[in-house]
Design a protein around this ligand. Sequence first.
Ligand code: NAD
Ligand code: UD1
Length: 335
Amino acid sequence: MKVLVTGGAGYIGSHTCVALIEAGYDVVIVDNFDNSHHEVVNRIDRITGRRPFNEPGDIRDRAFLEMVLERHRCDAVIHFAGLKAVGESAEKPLNYYDCNILGSLRLLQAMRTVGLKKLVFSSTATVYGTPIYLPYDENHPLSPTSVYGRTKLLVEAMLKDLFDSDPTWCISILRYFNPVGAHESGLIGEDPKGIPNNLMPLISQVASGRRQKLTIWGNDYATPDGTGVRDYIHVSDLAEGHVKALQKLEEPMCKPINLGCGKGYSVLEVINEFEHVSNRKINYEVGPRRAGDIGEFFANPATAETELNWRAKRDLSTMCKDMWNFQVKNPDGYK
Ligand code: NAD
Ligand code: UD1
């Protein structure tokens, strides 16, 4: 079986390509490399011993997508390609609507043209917005607070409308919590451009000395130690969740599924664990709350367990250890 992976050179996409190849799938990557490096394809080859097909290009180019789908006779698509920075999405909303919404629309049109109706879509827990109750389950109301989150929710709506019009589609909508960590080999991992926004890459860069210190955005939340609590999930667990979701695309459906661990850790707990595994001191200061931040959220992962027979296996220590291993082996990222 051959799978087209849009955004397959990116952080989550590259780990999913490895998991797919290890599960016996052939993989075709479509990526415009706006936020990734060509070297990733070599690394996937080194880990798995099988080189994915690489079709550089943009998902907004429908004719290109149709050509790739037909050339490779793909059986399914996993759709990661998109823009994902919350702050940037407020500054450049049209870029986000263009890439995330128009890109997804063009992909669906191309799939329909070639008669391919199996899709796994990358969504996010951000679609839930401010928690009305926790843990979030898939029935929690959807009210994203950022442009980025709204583009993801609109694509979810597009997929549901498509399925309602043609219930022969098989669509899995995966809502990720906070992906962190790296492949155990240290060959692939997260290599953010510029100053990272997310906690784990920042901690990792402070531990390595690439950055001086970290600011904890608020320690006055209603959490055990006052710092923000999140449901961190190892990227390799997430990747394996995609393989399971793909294997379930045998019957028509359009379903959202949370991929998280179901357990939250505070910023201080993550810092402490990272210090422990790296044997480095993480310098930090406490600053004000970050605008738009939520104190605490975590997943109810029960649907993934019953529907996909999947649950996250790797703990916080493994997440930090693998993140640090990638940082040490690639001090300047893929460059
Ligand atoms: P990433 O930026 O590392 O990967 C995205 C990839 O898509 C990159 O390689 C980029 O070059 C490519 N791309 C972007 N626009 C494209 C286009 N128009 N045409 C072709 N390729 C394009 O991001 P990631 O962290 O791997 O995230 C993958 C997906 O998961 C995204 O859709 C993101 O919104 C979603 N997601 C990520 C997180 C997270 O914390 N990383 C959380 C929830 C959901
Ligand atoms: C962010 C995004 C969210 C996205 C998620 C993916 C925002 C507002 N939200 O969420 O849309 O789906 O990443 O992983 O950007 N923290 C610090 N100092 C820092 C950075 C973070 O204290 O320098 C804290 C945050 O306040 C939070 C926790 O660390 O409590 C995790 O932050 P982060 O990694 O940015 O993830 P989210 O806030 O969950």
